[in-house]
Design a protein around this ligand. Structure first.
Ligand SMILES: [Zn+2]
Length: 424
């Protein structure tokens, strides 16, 4: 049976706080309270700029299994001028081209088939389809990023995906053969409308592929630094199946991916299509239940573990300071912001943070306005220790740092616990 839920795209007060943004249920429990933190991707123009702080509190819905935080920032504020380009990481580029190569191997695409990607960024994934002569259309709200994709020849609609945009796309292009939505579901405040949009675009042949880091990995991998205001939702197989079902979609397969420290790839199709559901779905849903992912007691234990990771990092920074070591950070992204603002780092404990993005350099990160510098400036600055914040690509970064820094510079990661990064 398909349960229809009516929502509008308007702001729903309390969503993510006491109303579930997946099923509109009222059964949310507190999983991890990180206190008041600034918006993670907001960088400061000068080191003494005042920054606003907002509650960051992960809650989980007992009814549908969705993790979530309350909305304090609109997607327009984040994505219209988004500074992150997927092509900057070779790990992501390889992951995307491998995925497309596999799809082309397993499926026959006819000339009328076309592929839609939601949040297509700079076209790094879709251009692999174009190379094989398959029509691909991207949706990317950040205008500056969409323009880069268009220059590569990827037709890109610069807008947010919604049920109303889905209707327009359907009218103009018909049903896509494949819809790809990688690392976008977390950023959608009106999740129900988004899933309705997916459902509208699903014809008899359409398959939807959704990649998203898993809430289970936040628990087992202590990946609490992936919790930030711009990530409204934290998916589980349980929640994807439930929310899909409420909107006419059936979860028929789940894959485990190593990327981003453990992601899932969920495969959905119209629930009216009679076909077998892969064993992977039931297996992962059972695992999530066995992990006590939807049990508040498990998260009380977790909160204590998170506190001790943060305490250890702060003690380590204090020790380095006392020993006169020069600690730098690498990767001025949201993960760094969540960690640094959670421990309320003292002045001068971290000299600067290097980042490859030209748009971030010469800006400052809260708290205390830590300067963002270029990797080149890091190499000439003679650090003794560098903390790599994007742990999900730590090997790639460590290889880059190691080839440009002296052999006695020590490289570190905070997650899942403070450890030195040694290349084999
Ligand atoms: Zn729910």
């Amino acid at each position: 049976m398909v349960i229809a839920i009516e929502t509008s795209q308007n702001f729903i007060e309390g969503r993510g706080n006491n109303i579930c943004r997946g099923c509109l249920g009222l059964n949310l429990f507190s999983a991890l309270d990180l206190g008041y933190l600034p918006i993670a991707n907001e960088l400061l123009a000068s080191e003494d700029t005042e920054i606003n702080r907002f509650p960051l509190h992960l809650k989980i819905c007992k009814k549908c299994g969705l993790g979530q935080v309350a909305d304090v920032v609109t997607p327009e504020q984040i994505f219209r001028d988004y500074r992150y380009l997927s092509s900057m990481s070779t790990t992501f580029l390889t992951h995307a081209s491998n995925f497309v190569a596999r799809l082309l191997e397993e499926n026959v695409f006819t000339p009328k088939d076309w592929v839609l990607e939601i949040a297509s960024n700079d076209g790094y994934l879709l251009r692999n389809f174009l190379d094989s002569g398959i029509t691909a259309i991207g949706i990317e709200p950040a205008e500056n990023v969409a323009e880069i994709a268009r220059e590569l020849g990827v037709e890109t609609i610069s807008d947010f995906f919604s049920s109303s945009l889905a209707k327009k796309i359907l009218k103009k292009y018909g049903y896509p053969r494949l819809i790809i939505a990688n690392n976008v579901m977390a950023h959608v405040p009106d999740l129900i409308d988004f899933v309705k949009g997916l459902s509208l675009l699903c014809g008899p042949e359409t398959e939807v592929s959704i990649e998203n880091p898993s809430l289970a990995n936040i628990l087992v991998g202590l990946q609490f630094d992936t919790i930030y205001h711009e990530h409204y939702s934290y998916l589980t197989a349980t929640s994807v199946r439930n929310i899909g079902k409420m909107n006419g979609l059936s979860l028929f397969k789940v894959e485990d991916l190593a990327i981003h420290g453990g992601s899932n790839r969920y495969w959905l199709r119209k629930s009216t299509i009679e076909s077998a559901v892969d064993l992977s779905v039931e297996r992962l849903i059972s695992t999530e239940a066995e992990m006590d992912l939807f049990n508040s007691k498990e998260w009380i234990v977790y909160s204590t573990r998170v506190s001790s990771v943060l305490d250890n990092f702060l003690s380590w920074l204090r020790k380095c300071k006392a020993e006169g070591r020069e600690v730098y950070g690498y990767g001025a992204a949201a993960k760094a912001s969540t960690i640094l603002n959670s421990i309320k780092i003292d002045y001068n404990m971290m000299t600067a943070i290097a980042d490859v993005s030209l748009e971030k350099q010469e800006r400052f990160m809260s708290p205390n306005g830590i300067k963002i510098i270029s990797p080149q400036d890091l190499f000439t600055a003679a650090p003794t220790d560098v903390v790599i914040f994007p742990w999900n690509i730590k090997t790639e970064i460590a290889t880059f740092l190691r080839s440009n820094l002296g052999g006695d510079v020590r490289l570190w990661c905070v997650i899942p616990e403070m450890h030195e990064v040694n290349l084999k």
